[in-house]
Design a binder for this molecule. Structure first.
Ligand SMILES: *Cc1c(COP(=O)(O)O)cnc(C)c1O
Length: 354
């Protein structure tokens, strides 16, 4: 693929690495590529990071035709920069695009675009322990008309944000509230896609949980409001009576996380029993009450593993593992972050040098 390059004449400055947050500072360049039905994907370019102009009638602003990805670039001790399973993100953005009616992006072009823009801004990959360059690819429709005639014009962009270690002060368990009113997704809906609309539908419950001191909600299925689905922006795993259990993806209402998939593959390689199945809230709360709920944790690119120290359900609080990270969560965290930062062997071949 031909990618043109316009160098940023006013490069920015990386903030001090101990002042990095998440997703608020952006690197000097961004990747942009346009789509029309006639020309297909064209005009791939790396240009200075900055605002874009958009027609007020552009359909994304009215009908939320948008999908995105989240991934990271990691700096290793020898200063080489690595991606983690980028082809998985390439495949997933197309699964999301297909559901929303957006044009798909050839997977090799997606990965090449990520590599090239990361290479241009490699100085923005921070050096400190646990920091990374967060990569946000996104794809949206531009058709300038309010009538619904399908999507014929779109844009694909990649922006880059140097990010702090998620657990700068050590791994801290989070408090999670089971959501019993709003639902995030239903069978046949868009729950399995990474689309902006899913997040719009989640805002209210998230805001309410936050107001009560909980960091995110744990969603129940939209039909029976009975089965555990996932946490706000993470998949969820529990260790119940010696086995790791995570909700299965069959229903189509849960995002197939790459961290989830990697955890399951690692657990199985260790011989730790790991089940993907329906898990009802009654079973979960029953396990918490009988002492069989040994661990609970979220999985996602941002935090990798986020231990859950407290569950709140029907006005009752359930503390998990004494509000401490459990041994399986810790071992998974060490293994995945060890592979990602090149500190441990990568037996699965998951990392790729850019
Ligand atoms: C991105 C995301 C996840 C985690 O996926 P990873 O590929 O592991 O980062 C889980 N749930 C939702 C809703 C998400 O958007």
């Amino acid at each position: 693929m031909q990618i043109s390059f316009t160098k940023n004449p006013n490069p920015g400055k990386m903030p001090p690495e101990d002042k990095l947050g998440f997703g608020s500072v952006f690197s000097d360049h961004m990747f942009v590529m346009d789509y029309t039905d006639e020309k297909k994907w064209h005009n791939a370019r790396i240009v200075p990071y900055g605002p874009i102009e958009i027609n007020p009638a552009a359909s994304v602003l009215h009908y939320a035709n948008e999908v995105f990805e989240g991934m990271k670039a990691y700096r290793w001790a020898d200063d080489s920069i690595h991606l983690f399973r980028p082809m998985e993100n390439a495949k997933r953005i197309n699964i999301s695009a297909e559901r929303i009616g957006l044009p798909e992006i050839p997977t090799d072009i997606f990965v090449e675009a990520v590599r090239e823009v990361v290479k241009v801004d490699k100085d923005w990959v921070p050096h400190s322990e646990g920091t990374s360059l967060y990569i946000r690819p996104f794809l949206f429709s531009l058709d300038p008309e309010l009538a619904l005639h399908g999507i014929h014009e779109a844009k694909f962009m990649i922006i880059l944000s140097p990010s702090a270690s998620y657990f700068a002060e050590g791994i801290k368990p989070v408090k999670i509230m089971l959501e019993t009113e709003d639902v995030r997704a239903v069978r046949g809906g868009t729950g399995y896609t990474k689309c902006g609309g899913n997040y719009a539908a989640s805002n209210r419950a998230g805001d309410r949980a936050m107001a009560k001191g909980y960091s995110q909600v744990l969603w129940l299925d939209g039909v029976h409001r009975k089965y555990i689905e996932e946490v706000g922006a993470m998949n969820v795993m529990f260790k119940i009576d010696g086995k790791v259990v995570t909700p299965s993806l069959e229903n189509g209402s849960i995002l197939g996380g790459i961290t989830r998939k990697s955890c399951l593959e690692v657990l199985r390689s260790w011989g730790v029993p790991a089940e993907e199945r329906l898990l009802s809230v009654d079973e979960l709360i029953g396990a918490a009450e009988s002492g069989k709920l040994e661990e609970a944790f979220g999985t996602g690119t941002a935090a990798v593993i986020s231990p859950i120290g407290e569950l709140f359900y029907n006005n009752k609080k359930y503390t998990v593992n004494g509000f401490k990270i459990g041994p399986v969560a810790q071992r998974l965290y060490d293994e995945l972050t060890g592979i990602q930062w090149g500190k441990k062997p990568d037996p699965f071949g998951w990392t790729e040098c850019v």
